[in-house]
Ligand binder design. Sequence first.
Ligand SMILES: [Fe+2]
Length: 293
Amino acid sequence: MEESNLHVEGFFDSATSTVSYLLLDRATQAAAIIDSVLDYDPKSGRTRTASADRLLARVAELGARIEWILETHVHADHLSAAAYLKEKLGAKVAIGDRIASVQQVFGHLFNAGPAFAIDGSQFDRLLADGDMLPLGNLSIEAWQTPGHTPACLTYVVRTGEETVAFVGDTLFMPDYGTARCDFPGGDAAMLYRSIRRILSLPEATTLYMCHDYRPGGREVAYVSTVSAQRAANVHIHDGVDEAAFVTMRCARDAQLEAPVLLLPSVQVNMRAGELPPPEDNGTRYLKIPLNAL
Ligand SMILES: [Fe+2]
């Protein structure tokens, strides 16, 4: 049998439990990076590019040509390296077209002022449901899968032989369940419907998670299938109805603390990975809104 031209590699960042992906069309060497990480130390306020440089090294090793830097959503637990990678690679940065509603909420929270556009224009491409991005001989289909945030996307790639989907923060591995829905614009019922849509893909579809929290200290794992999720996802296996899911999800969310990097992440990610503009002394600052969340 002919080998598929679709090649996927995952890169796990243990500091934030995030998985970044490299998606490659072997026939043409066209490639995309999905959900990159800019390292950030909250104690010193220093950013580092070790995670992004690891991706760049692999891109060079494979001889890949990065055409797209994709975000599944505005992450609230790690900074995106999209701006850094764009500068290095010249690729286009894409996100869901509902980003404006997220920018509106967080632009207001951080009092970003009129210099911060809330129309998504920091990104090169805003994707609507069903939009197709070319990647060599492959196509990446954008699905709006809101719930965790209002602007979440899942990226679906179908070849003649297989279907794969990068699900962002909708599903996690079957033993961990699903993503929280208590961020601004989050909605558990919406997440349920988005996940059921993902799980309507063929049973053999490979699903790539954006996070792995290693429940029980097990080995890192971030690749699953539709059939495995339907059989065993602890929150949303077949048979769990919407009402039961929403009750469970809301009760669980009420117990969760804010992610450690929530405030730094959102301020950078709402700007497509650019750090906030420097002040008149040349230094860039992150803000902490007090008693506002
Ligand atoms: Fe997220």
